[in-house]
Every structure is written in C-alpha cells, then in structure tokens.
Design a protein around this ligand. Structure first.
Ligand code: NAD
Length: 490
C-alpha cells in the first residue's frame, strides 16, 4: 500500500439530508489537517432550520419508506449490503479518515474501515435475533413485552475515531428500525458523510440516515432539543455529556446514552510476566492514537518489585516512535488533533511539574514537525495524590507512574473520584484478578491485555462520570428500542 496526496482527495461538502448533499447558509467553519495544520476545507454549519429539515425528513421517511415497519430481516439485509459497500470503498474512506482525523492511513485501511464494516454486520445480525418477552399469567390472559423503535435517534460523535464511532451509533439504531440524524465532530466531518451516502446506495431508504455538520453549540444543541428526536446517543467529553443530559431533560425528558471520558488505571503486579511484553502492552495502552482514545490506560500503578525494570523498558520504548504525516503509509505515530489540544496537553504537563512531578521521558512536542502537533510519549513520576495529571483526562500520550506494595493499596490508588471507564489488571494470580475485577469501579476491566477485540458482542461503556448505557453488544441494540407492556384478556 502506498502514500496518497491529501490535496487530491475529493471532499463532499454540505449536509447529507434525504439521500443527497445539500448546502446550507449557516456560519462557515474552516477545518485544518491535524498532520500539518494546513487549512483544507470548510463546512457551513447547520442552523436550527437545517436541523429541523433533517429531523422532519427522518421522521417522515422512516414511516413512508416502511423502514420502521418492515421485517427486521430486510433491515438486516440492507445493513449487510452497506457493510459490503464500505469494504468496496475502503481506499476512499481510508483516505478521507486519514486526511482529516489523526488516524494514519495504514491503520485506516487495515483497522478503521474493516472494523466499521464488521460492527455494522454484527447489528445486521441482531436485527431479527433479539425480541420481546411473554410473561407467565393466568390462562385466560397473555402478558407480553413488545419492542418498538423510538422514532428518530439523534447521534453525536467525537473526532477521535470518526468512522467506527458512527457505526457504533448507526448500527444498533437502524437495525432496530429507527431513523438517525447524526452529527459528527466539526473537526472530522467528511468520512461520516460518505458513510451515509453509501447507506443509500446499499438500499437503506433516503432520509432514514442523515448527517448534519456543525458545532456542538449550534447544530448539536438544535439536534438534542428537537421535539421529534426521541432519544440521544452521545459519545464525547464528560462536560459535554452533562450539558446534553440537562438539555434532554428540559426538552422532552428524552433518554440519553452517554459514552464519556476516562482516566483509566493499569494495575501491574510483580507476577505479571515478561517485562518487555508488559512494557509494550502499557506503551500501546497509552499511545494508541497519540493517547486520544477514551479508554487510554494513562495511570500506571505498579508493584514495587517490578517497577524499575518495566519503567526502564518503557523509557526506551517511548524514544522509538517516528512521527509522520497521516497520508504516509509508513506512519505509525500520529499527531494530536489540533493546536488547542496540543496546548491543553502542554499546560497540564507544566502544571503537573509545578506540583512536583518529574518527567522521565518526553514532556514536549517533537521539534521537526512544523505545524502539526506531534507530542512525545511522556512518562511522569513522583505524582502526589493531588497532582493534576492524575485527575484530568489529558487526551494525549501521557502516562503517570505510581508504585504500590499490596493489593489493597493498588485498589485505593486505582479508584478515581470522577471517571470509571476502563481498567487493566496484569497478574497471573487469577483469584486476585477476579477480586479486583469485582472491586474496580470501571465499566470495562481487561485482564492481561489492554485493547479491544473485534467481538462486538462485548459491550463498552462507563461508570460514574464516564457515562451510562452501552455502545456495542446486544445491549446497544436493545437500548435503541422502547418496550411496550401488553396484557390481553381472552
Ligand atoms: P466533545 O465533548 O468536545 O465533542 C463531542 C461531540 O459533541 C462533537 O460532535 C461536538 O460538536 C458535540 N458537542 C459539543 N458541545 C455540544 C453541545 N452543547 N450539545 C450537543 N453537542 C455538542 O468531545 P471531543 O473533544 O470531540 O472528543 C473527545 C472526548 O470524547 C474525550 O473526553 C473522550 O474520552 C471522549 N470519548 C469517549 C468514548 C467512549 O466510548 N466513552 C469514545 C471516544 C471518545
């Protein structure tokens, strides 16, 4: 596979409503490429009127096209065809993802695009597999729980994995018979719009999936508060999730699913295994997508007997990445999304150091990357309990290191006052791993690994300030339906 020229990638501008791209007269927003900071495109923000057009069309088409009322098997077949088209369009989608987001094109080709297609196939299969219930009642009556779609689901996604986030929202919502109006991040609008175009080509009726572009404040807010949006499914930061929840409460008391931020601990015990292997696992856990992953394992909590050996190896590993443009096929280490994010990372590290933290490696931007914000993998030790780097979600490649003596101390260090998204436990002592699995206040616990699987049957979602509800799994499909209780007397 080869490099591509980012200036040659065709970008479809506008909103995708009722099966076609439509322009809007809203505020123009310039977009820069993360790799080199160059301005490369513009979108016109969807104002309340454009959002109303998209939602009204979605509600009308889901009924008139028969999408909500057809056999679930037919919806499943359409989703499968969509997944096929995504695979056929892999190169274009990968280039769209790589030009505008932080995903290197090789990862986009080998992971993002096939992962997106595979998630949609999972929900294609769910469509006719899960149903309601029949209850034990007296013989002269029948009690049932009958699932039905909500109607229009408003979905809002972040910039860090635009394609897969879109599939996690659209797959379950569409399979369950809803229509969707999706707002991607204003920083990464294009790959999501292309997905919607392919959906129509696959036979998902026009207007059943619409994509609107714009900021959270204007477009996102108009979507959340629209009276015909019956449910909101959101992935993004904890602060935005809280704002959306309060807007949803005020405008229709509609249900929300919130997949929010994290500050996930990695607990490593002396018996965890080979130090090289552990260091590599930890390194990938906090540097994938340059640390811009919700589940990033950013707090290393390591037992004293193995701490020095693993830390030495981690320091060496942190010096190896070679940053590169996301359109170069050889690139593995990617940029931060923009200057604002870069400045946030720099500020938190400076505050952390002022509070007593010591930088073991990294701590600054690579100096050979011009306008792109490429941040060096950074290890911080000597972080006291109040250190800002332990508490804030930095969303950059920064790992704090704390040591412990026993399991009780490890657990106390691991619990976070706000977040509870994910945790890693590395030990061959299975009873200990199981005790910690039960005790950790985290929506996901990974034992002796720190990464997702392609088994979409396993849901993902946070506890505490990391949100509620699940993406993926049967749970996400079921959460896209409401359940009617029925009692019939014969
Ligand atoms: P963000 O909260 O700034 O924005 C997310 C989306 O919400 C964007 O589309 C944005 O335009 C929109 N938005 C912003 N304000 C809004 C408002 N008032 N009303 C409606 N919509 C609004 O987050 P981000 O910077 O794009 O993404 C990074 C965050 O996402 C991190 O905190 C990360 O942990 C989180 N994230 C969580 C998961 C998960 O599964 N838990 C996955 C990926 C990212």
């Amino acid at each position: 596979m080869t490099d591509f020229n980012p200036d040659d990638v065709h970008l479809s501008s506008g909103h995708f409503i009722d099966g076609q791209f439509v322009s809007a007269s809203g505020q123009a927003m310039g977009i820069k490429r993360p790799s080199d900071g160059q301005h490369y495109a513009e979108i016109h923000e969807a104002d309340a009127r454009t959002v109303d057009d998209a939602v009204t069309v979605a509600e009308a088409r889901r009924i008139s096209s028969g999408w909500s009322g057809c056999s679930p098997r037919e919806r499943g077949a359409a989703l499968s065809r969509w997944a096929d088209l995504i695979e056929k369009d892999s190169e274009y989608l990968a280039q769209l993802e790589a030009v505008g987001s932080t995903r290197p094109v090789t990862d986009a080709r080998n992971i993002e695009v096939p992962f997106t297609a595979a998630a949609l196939r999972f929900y294609a299969e769910c469509a006719d597999k899960y149903s309601g219930d029949v209850f034990p009642t007296q013989h002269s009556s029948l009690g049932m729980l009958v699932p039905e779609p909500y109607g229009v689901i408003g979905a809002i996604t972040p910039w860090n994995f635009p394609l897969s986030m879109a599939s996690w929202k659209c797959g379950p919502a569409l399979a369950a018979g809803n229509a969707v109006v999706l707002k991607p991040s204003e920083l990464t609008p294009f790959s999501t719009a292309r997905l919607a175009e392919l959906a129509v080509q696959a036979g998902i009726p026009s207007g059943v999936l619409n994509v609107i572009q714009g900021s959270g404040k204007v477009t996102g807010n108009a979507l959340v508060t629209h009276p015909l949006v019956r449910k909101v499914s959101f992935t993004g930061s904890t602060a935005t999730g809280a704002a959306i929840m309060s807007q949803a409460a005020l405008h229709g008391t509609k249900p929300v699913t919130l997949e929010l931020g994290g500050k996930s601990p990695q607990l490593v015990f002396d018996d965890a295994g080979d130090a090289d292997e552990i260091a590599e696992r930890l390194f990938l856990g906090f540097t994938v997508n340059a640390g811009q992953a919700c589940v990033s394992g950013t707090r290393l909590i390591i037992q004293k007997g193995i701490a020095e050996r693993v830390t030495e190896k981690l320091i060496a590993r942190c010096q190896k990445p070679v940053p590169g443009m996301t359109w170069h096929a050889s690139t593995r280490y990617c940029p931060l999304i923009d200057a604002r994010q870069g400045e946030k990372v720099a500020t938190i590290i400076a505050q952390s150091v002022a509070q007593g933290a010591r930088v073991l490696v990294g701590g600054k931007r690579y100096d050979n990357t011009k306008e792109g914000w490429f941040w060096q993998p950074t290890l911080l030790e000597n972080v006291g309990p109040d250190n800002v780097a332990l508490h804030e979600e930095i969303f950059g490649p920064v790992l704090t290191i704390q040591t412990f003596t026993d399991e009780e101390e490890a657990l106390a260090l691991a619990q976070h006052a706000v977040f509870g998204l994910c945790a890693g436990v590395h030990t061959v002592n299975m009873p200990r791993a199981m005790r910690l699995m039960r005790a950790l206040d985290s929506g996901t616990v990974w034992v002796n690994r720190y990464r997702r699987t392609w088994d979409f049957i396993i849901p993902t979602g946070g506890f505490q300030g990391s949100g509620f509800g699940k993406d993926l799994g049967r749970q996400a499909f079921e959460a896209c339906q409401r359940y009617k209780s029925v009692l019939i007397d014969f």
